[in-house]
Design a protein around this ligand. Sequence first.
Ligand code: UDP
Length: 234
Amino acid sequence: MKYNRILLKLSGEALMGTRQYGIDPVRLAEYAEEIKKVTELGIQVAIVIGGGNIFRGVAGASNGMDRVQGDHMGMLATVINGLALQSALEDADVQTRLQTAIKINEVAEPFIRRRAIRHLEKGRVVIFGGGTGNPYFTTDSAAVLRAIEIEADVILKGTRVDGIYTADPEKDTSATKFDHITFEDVLKKGLKVMDTTAFTLSQENELPIIVFDMNTQGNLLKLLKGENIGTTVQ
Ligand code: UDP
């Protein structure tokens, strides 16, 4: 296997499935099965999950809410998603731990780096909830930060599209996909992979990002087995 330890970033919106809001249990169960297959290969899996299916701080602020208050709500939304994913993984007989950046000790462990690594070494899937624990950040930044901290080999960003394109493929039919692209070229071409803070953190720490379509069943496994899936930023 090319990768021993991965950090999978899932957006909150991905959990909605066909719904307009919240969590689709069918989608959740599908994800759990995909993740289970990866652990069966002996790959260590950490997950950062977003909260956009429930609440985004920016959306709150645009409706007149205090931004920090909204971001706190957003971070709690990621914990809700983390609990849902944990439950789905346990239903699929996968051992998990949820660690949060904001302490909610009755519900989840606090984030402790060494402990997270120990869980991974024991084959448990570690879900990181609560983003970075700070307002004005995103879960993409949390994903990169945690990946660096736990020394993951790569970040896998599961999205709706199957990689990075020359233009938005949902708007421009002539857009073509990159298999590989450098961090510099992403910036030069003004392509959107992650928010700037997250992207720069990844670049500075030479942490590769693979953007791929998580909604096509089997894709995650194929990618990890070395098939040419998604776009690698390196
Ligand atoms: N958030 C935050 N700090 C963080 C991570 C997330 O304040 O470190 C808040 C922020 O309000 C954000 C929300 O949590 O809008 C949900 O996260 P995000 O938008 O990254 O989720 P995704 O788009 O991946 O579903």
